[in-house]
Unconditional design. Structure first.
Length: 215
């Protein structure tokens, strides 16, 4: 079986082409503002290096969030296009669970965090089997820390603001795909970004409505 994994939920592109539980090629690279331009060519290059085409893929895995609004859309759009036009199986993946599953240390619980700015994070707590102890959420980092006090925790992140507090996230594509192989594929049209946080426009509308109601 040939499988393609895509994650653009942060400023990084994490993608891998796998065959029969072995990695053929992978990319783990930060692009920042150029991610939208570089993601598809990088993914296509994975196929070219192995003399394959997207048509050869049997199943796709795509990270649907939480994370960067723009970033998530990039990966989801690429994966949905491949799955729909080529009639391939597709499975949605949680960015935070993928981070937890990649942990290689001895601690029993993992706290993956993605910086959401202004003291907030996208975060969760998972056990070693990938079970959510605290579900994926958008919340203040201090609140997540309080929830983690009862556990032997390893914090995982690829955000610069957590360099001193967390282990650097290094995707273990084999472990992530192995976990999600048990999930049933879904209709590509049902693959949608999971943001958790409202967009700035939505928050502004909500604030305006709140002020109007108070007035």
């Amino acid at each position: 079986m040939i499988e393609l994994y895509i994650d653009t939920s942060t400023s990084y592109l994490y993608s891998a082409l796998l065959k029969d539980k072995k990695i053929l090629s992978e990319v783990k690279k930060e692009y920042g503002q150029t991610l939208s331009k570089e993601a598809l060519p990088e993914i296509i290059s994975l196929f070219e290096k192995n003399h394959l085409t997207p048509q050869d893929v049997d199943r796709l895995y795509v990270v649907v969030g939480p994370g960067s609004f723009t970033g998530i859309r990039i990966g989801v759009t690429i994966a949905k296009t491949f799955a729909w036009t080529l009639q391939k199986e597709i499975v949605p993946v949680s960015a935070l669970r993928a981070m937890a599953l990649s942990y290689q240390g001895e601690k029993e619980y993992q706290m993956p965090v993605i910086d959401a700015r202004r003291g907030y994070v996208y975060g969760a707590i998972y056990d070693k089997k990938g079970n959510a102890i605290v579900e994926d959420a958008y919340l203040p980092y201090t609140t997540l820390e309080e929830q983690a006090q009862s556990y032997e925790i390893a914090t995982i992140s690829n955000s610069a603001s957590f360099q001193e507090k967390a282990e650097n996230y290094d995707p273990n594509f084999l472990k992530i795909v192995e976990y999600y192989q048990q999930e049933k594929p879904v209709n590509p049209h049902l693959i949608n970004p999971i943001y958790l946080k409202k967009t700035e426009a939505e928050e502004k509308i909500e604030d305006d409505n709140h002020r109007t109601n108070e007035g």
